[in-house]
Design a protein around this ligand. Structure first.
Ligand code: NCD
Length: 307
């Protein structure tokens, strides 16, 4: 059974096709409004979420399908000690496809190995978040008109930020990319991401702690929140949480066609005064995420023989 747990589960060609489908949905929504009639998506969210869960659910409704939802470990049998494997087997009896978010790295893979319907990873701990990356990729294609020849700055909590890990994995497959990794010393990109995605493919990257010194070089600036829930102690979080705050003053040094992105939720990393800048793309990402999830649900249900 085909599931999507991490970015490499999708080929570049498939990602292109998903983006094309999303564009077609944007242009002709009525054509898609009954495609999933009678089908059910289960959203199992054992960690907080606004955008990801609601966008999966909105996506299924806009395809004419239905949604079953578990929110918070405390309201499901997980609270009684049920394993992820048993939950996945159970939910497979009710739903045609599952989107799952879980605080433990690898939980979505365990679910996929035990489910008899496709599982989509909606974030597993500090590991990865492939559907946020699909939203990010469509945003980049729409805003920049290309996926290669870009200098991509990623800023903030690059250690625990799962959206960053998936974005680097996805972008590193395009031509002529350069990454600028901007983070405090303690929150650098994990070595496995650097080794598997950047070093092995000889992709040029630099690491710095200083956003202002590099902002003028960037085509894309991907800001992230310091991931409080993954810290071992609150003092470290408090010391690091406001390491980077993007303001209109800092943006004066940036290119006029910079694309400022953020997976959201934002805490302090981007001042609200930046929202009116035409370079701010983070609310466009939210909308693009819904269309990419529609495209992904369609693809996986078709492959599973359920459409
Ligand atoms: C992200 C996540 O959950 O990893 N949010 C999202 O899905 N858009 C980013 C975050 O929580 O900082």
């Amino acid at each position: 059974m085909r599931s999507v747990i991490d970015v490499p589960d999708l080929s570049l060609e498939e990602i292109d096709r998903l983006m094309d489908t999303a564009e077609d949905i944007i242009a002709h929504p009525a054509v898609y409004s009954e495609r999933c009639r009678g089908k059910k998506l289960a959203t199992l969210f054992f960690e907080p979420s606004t955008r990801t869960r609601l966008s999966f659910e909105a996506a299924m409704y806009e395809l004419g399908g239905n949604v079953l939802s578990v929110t918070g470990a405390g309201t499901s049998s997980a609270a009684k000690g049920e394993s992820v494997a048993d939950t996945a087997k159970t939910v497979s009896c009710y739903a045609d496809i599952i989107a799952m978010r879980h605080p433990k790295e690898g939980a979505a893979l365990v679910a996929a190995n035990n489910a008899s319907v496709p599982v989509i990873n909606a974030g597993d701990g500090g590991h990865c978040h492939p559907t946020q990356t699909l939203a990010d990729l469509l945003t980049i294609r729409r805003e920049k008109g290309r996926m290669g020849n870009l200098t991509v700055g990623v800023c903030g909590d690059l250690k625990f930020g799962r959206t960053v890990h998936s974005l680097i994995a996805a972008m590193s497959r395009y031509e002529n990319l350069r990454f600028v990794l901007i983070s405090p010393e303690e929150l650098k990109v994990p070595s496995y991401v650097k080794n598997e995605c950047l070093k092995q493919k000889n992709i040029p990257y630099t690491q710095t702690t200083d956003l202002e010194s590099v902002i003028g070089d960037l085509d894309i600036l991907y800001m992230t929140r310091v991931q409080r829930e993954r810290f071992f102690n609150e003092e470290d979080y408090l010391r690091l949480k406001d390491s980077y705050i993007l303001t209109p003053e800092k943006l004066q040094k940036a290119r006029p066609d910079l694309c400022v992105m953020h997976p959201l939720p934002r805490v302090n990393e981007i001042s609200v005064a930046v929202d009116d800048d035409p370079r701010a793309c983070y609310f466009k990402q939210v909308l693009n995420g819904k269309y990419m999830r529609m495209a992904l649900i369609l693809m996986l249900l078709k492959e599973a023989g359920r459409l």
